[in-house]
Design a protein around this ligand. Structure first.
Ligand SMILES: [Zn+2]
Length: 222
C-alpha cells in the first residue's frame, strides 16, 4: 500500500529493544518515521545517543527520516538521583522500582513538542510495554499527554503505545536480529558497550533467555 500521503509517524527513540522494534516494524509497513531522541545528560545518555544514531543511519535506506536530537541536561534537576550521579546504580536482580526517573515521559514528550509542532505529524509513538508499572506508563496517562500536546501544537495528536500489551520477551520474539543488535538498554555502559551487570542489562538478558533467542549484545561482563 502506498502510504506516501500519510503524515509521518514520530517515534520517541530511547534506544531500547522496544523503540527500535517499533521503528523497524513501522518502516516495514511503509510508514515514514521521524525519530526523536532526547539526551538528558544522564549517565548512559552518550552511549544511548550513539546506538540511536547508528540504528537510524542503518535504517535510512528503509525510509527513516533524519534523527532529531534534543540535548537538555536534567542532571541538576534530578539532583542526587543515581541516574545523574552514577552512584549506587541498581544492579541486575534489584527491585525494578529503583529504575523510576521522576516524571520521565512527561519530560521527554514536553521537550519534543517544538519539533512535533513543526512537523505535520498527528501520531507520536512510544515503546512502552505492559511491564511499565510506573504511574506515567498507563494508557490514561498517554491519553492526557496527547490532549495536552494537541493543545500545544494546535491540532489533534495521539500518543500511540502499540506495544503496551506486550512484554519485552514478546517484542524480542517479534523483532529481527539486526534491529535487536542495534538496540541499547544499559544504565552503566563502559566504552560504549553494555555493562552486563546493571538492572537493565539483567532484564535484557532475562528477556532474551525467555524468548529463546540468541542475544546479539556485546556485554563487557558476559
Ligand atoms: Zn548494563
Amino acid at each position: 500500500m502506498n502510504r506516501a500521503d500519510e503524515p509521518p509517524l514520530v517515534i520517541m527513540m530511547g534506544g531500547g529493544v522496544e523503540s527500535t522494534s517499533l521503528a523497524a516494524h513501522s518502516l516495514a509497513q511503509g510508514r515514514e518515521v521521524v525519530p526523536i531522541h532526547v539526551h538528558c545528560g544522564l549517565i548512559w545518555d552518550d552511549c544511548e545517543s550513539l546506538f540511536v544514531r547508528r540504528f537510524c543511519d542503518a535504517k535510512q535506506p528503509d525510509g527513516m527520516q533524519p534523527l532529531i536530537e534534543i540535548h537538555v541536561s536534567l542532571a541538576d534537576w534530578l539532583a542526587d538521583h543515581w541516574a545523574a550521579t552514577g552512584r549506587q546504580i541498581p544492579r541486575a536482580g534489584e527491585n525494578g522500582a529503583k529504575l523510576e526517573i521522576p516524571v520521565r515521559n512527561l519530560t521527554l514528550l514536553s521537550l519534543a513538542i517544538p519539533h512535533i509542532a513543526a512537523l505535520q505529524a498527528t501520531e507520536l509513538a512510544v515503546g512502552t510495554t505492559k511491564e511499565n508499572s510506573f504511574r506515567d506508563g498507563s494508557r490514561a496517562y498517554f491519553d492526557r499527554l496527547g490532549e495536552l500536546i494537541s493543545i500545544e501544537v494546535g491540532r489533534s495528536l495521539s500518543v500511540l503505545t502499540p506495544l503496551i500489551g506486550q512484554t519485552k520477551t514478546d517484542v524480542i520474539r517479534a523483532t529481527d536480529r539486526d534491529t535487536l543488535a542495534h538496540s541499547f538498554s544499559c544504565v552503566d555502559p563502559q566504552q560504549d558497550r553494555h555493562c552486563g551487570r546493571c538492572i537493565k542489562c539483567g532484564s535484557r538478558q532475562r528477556a532474551f533467555a525467555e524468548a529463546e533467542i540468541e542475544d546479539p549484545t556485546d556485554y563487557v561482563h558476559g
